[in-house]
Design a protein around this ligand. Sequence first.
Ligand code: SF4
Ligand code: ZN
Length: 312
Amino acid sequence: MREAKVLQRHTGRALCERCFKEDIVNRFKEEVSRYKMFSPGDRILLALSGGKDSFVLLDVVKEVHDVSKIGIVTIIEGIRGYNRVEDISWIVSTAKEYKIDLHVTSFKEYTGYDLDDLVRLGKLRNFEVSPCTYCGILRRRIINYYARSQGYDKVLTAHNLDDEVQTYVMNILRGDRGRLIQNHPLSKTLSRYFIKRVKPLRKIYEWETSVYAYMAGFRFQELECPYIRHQPTLRAEIRDYLYEIEQERPGSLLRVLETIDNYVERELLSRPLGFEELPTCTLCGAPTAQGRKTCVLCELLDKLGISNRIPF
Ligand code: SF4
Ligand code: ZN
């Protein structure tokens, strides 16, 4: 009989370290197989930021997938005091130990500017956009370009259950049916130039990734990004609200996710979206939303007086 270390409130079980880790790995595998997120022959690219969720994703994937078919991309945003090269040293050493291809790059390498520089430039030009907007758009473009240019079949991100439910609820509150569907694991990519992104940790609670990483000896500095307070207030409010509900009624987040998943699945199956290739940006050639002439990245950088040099 091993000593119970973790009380999993959403199942009411007290688990020892080994059973807790096995449970995480099994739930990861179930989600991958339920939505056919990737197959054994797929070349998969892990987009890792360096935090605890990244640690769990890499730790599990290297055990369940052929390491010669795994790659990692890590992007240094260029935020003073946060996500520096030294914070990802564990990714570098793990990649080396398991002979996994690793590409460490930065916003600066692709645009000539750190995220801090872009934020400063925006302020100088009275163009007030949340740093998270630059960050998200640049990260998506760079990851997709790298995955496509290197012939990867899928991109895996380390989003957890908490992230996923927040995103679903945000889309419901905004009445954004398109994004609600796009967030579902069975959604199709909107362009042949987009590599499908999947989130195998989407049923793992954030507290579980912290405990898993801690048990595995991962000593992370949980520094918060200094721009976190610029995240959309709606997301922060939803996060706090969901946290309270989960505390009072353990398992709520999982039930919300499953209910929305099922609803979207029925919607997707009964009314499949017609696939129409997206138009291309007249400046950089990347796919852009229907009805737009240029992509959001070109538009954003143009407002800062920077021409977009990032290939797609
Ligand atoms: Fe980027 Fe915003 Fe996250 Fe900071 S909080 S890493 S700026 S998305
Ligand atoms: Zn463009």
